[in-house]
Ligand binder design. Structure first.
Ligand SMILES: *Cc1c(COP(=O)(O)O)cnc(C)c1O
Length: 407
């Protein structure tokens, strides 16, 4: 038979199957049911936009606001509900909602709680994109962002106006690693009736318990330790407060901040080894930070668990561990060009953003510009994220890079 029309030959006029339906229909209605009695270790990955209701009455009865049933993929699937429940359990939260990235989770908190004329306070060492979001996009909506000195709670008091609604906390700042007095900051916010939200990415739900400290909202970039694989982006917003939850959930729905089932599955896998990995990152980072401190080329090592590091006493009081993250500066005479050469000379440490994954990373930062000049060290800061390699190999790598770049 010739085919000079170039039409596809397959199933042009398919016969009906045993159930009376044609192929195009049968392909969509395969009749899959999850296997009963199949209790695997990992929950199934459910992917959905549409969720099918048994009848119209059931469709009308289900309400996404209460998460009692499934209504639409954007409003949650068994996979995302499972992840939310596990994260809430780890953090001690009553409610959790997932966002497509950590930054989307920050934006959710801002947009859910702030309106035109309101003020928001951010620590001067806040995660950079969060600051830009506030100073550019929120400013465009008529919301006023002010920075406070995280190590001087009185500077918060000075910035509060009757329209200040939200105080962001970050412990520690994820580049300069100062650990603030969370209890003191929360007390000030309480006194003024201001909602508090912490970027709790560093603690990964483990090292700091924000709800025990009276913080209202905890946000995390699951992209970091919860995932652990450096291969997925996701964020979470958690709270114990019902009224705040309702506002957050409404904004979450109307901003369309759902996550896919495959990504949720990756994070669920990561959670099994979260505590073990976190402890290993912590152990290695402290060991390497202590070694760095002994090197004559190094001026300062910033790691909240090291005595003498800014906010160390707050770390001792409020934290049960530390992330595998620290920063340092070389002596003042080491200029930016040689700092870049040091980072380029590292072999095991890769150059890249983010942290919490298996590989160690290094990034040079111009902290003086980031902090508007209020920064005491002349040589650029290098942040190291310690991965899961053997710490002795990482120390040897740093030592060889210093020999190459600083001689
Ligand atoms: C990475 C990070 C974020 C943002 O997470 P993404 O998933 O990359 O958007 C927010 N806060 C802190 C402290 C982070 O380190």
């Amino acid at each position: 038979m010739s085919n000079d029309t170039h039409e596809p030959q397959l199933e042009q006029n398919p016969a009906a199957g045993p159930d009376g339906l044609r192929l195009a229909t049968r392909l969509q209605h395969a009749g899959y049911q999850p296997p009963a009695g199949f209790d695997s270790v990992q929950p199934a990955t459910h992917r959905a936009s549409t969720v099918i209701f048994p009848n119209v009455a059931a469709m009308r009865a289900r309400d996404w606001r209460h998460k009692t049933g499934y209504t639409y993929g954007l409003h949650g699937t068994p996979t995302t509900f499972t992840l939310e429940a596990r994260l809430a359990e780890i953090e001690g939260a009553a409610h959790c909602m997932l966002c497509p990235s950590g930054l989307a989770a920050i934006a959710l908190v801002d947009l859910a709680l702030l309106e035109q004329g309101d003020g928001v306070l951010l620590p001067a060492n806040v995660y950079g994109p969060s600051r830009e979001l506030a100073e550019r996009l929120l400013a465009g909506l008529g919301i006023r962002a002010s920075l406070y000195d995280p190590m001087n709670p009185a500077s918060v008091e000075d910035s509060i106006t009757p329209r200040t609604r939200l105080l962001w906390l970050e412990a520690p700042g994820s580049v300069t690693l100062e650990m603030p007095d969370l209890r003191g900051l929360v007390a000030i916010a309480r006194r003024h009736g201001i909602t508090t939200a912490i970027d709790n990415t560093w603690a990964a739900g483990l090292a700091i318990k924000p709800f025990d400290l009276g913080i209202d909202i905890s946000m995390q970039a699951l992209t970091k330790y919860q995932s652990g694989g450096a291969d997925v982006l996701m964020g979470a917003v958690m709270t114990c407060n019902e009224a705040l939850h309702e506002r957050l959930l409404y904004a979450h729905m109307r901003l369309g901040l759902g996550v896919g089932g495959d990504d949720a599955t990756l994070v669920l896998r990561g959670l099994h080894s979260l505590a073990l990995r976190y402890a290993a990152h912590d152990r290695s980072a402290r060991r390497i930070a202590a070694w760095m401190r002994e090197q004559p080329e190094v001026q300062v090592v910033l790691h909240p668990a090291l005595p003498g590091s800014p906010g160390h006493a707050h770390w001792v009081r409020d934290c049960s561990g530390a992330a595998g993250l620290f920063s340092f500066t070389f002596q003042p005479q080491v200029d930016a060009r040689r700092v870049d050469a040091f980072v380029d000379a590292l072999r095991l440490f890769k150059i890249g953003y983010s942290w919490g994954g298996p590989m160690s990373l290094a990034v040079p930062y111009d902290a003086a510009t980031m902090r508007g000049g209020a920064w005491p060290y002349a040589s650029p800061l290098v942040r190291l994220c310690i991965g899961l390699e053997d710490p002795d190999d990482l120390i040897a790598d740093i030592a060889q890079a210093m020999r190459v770049a600083l001689r």
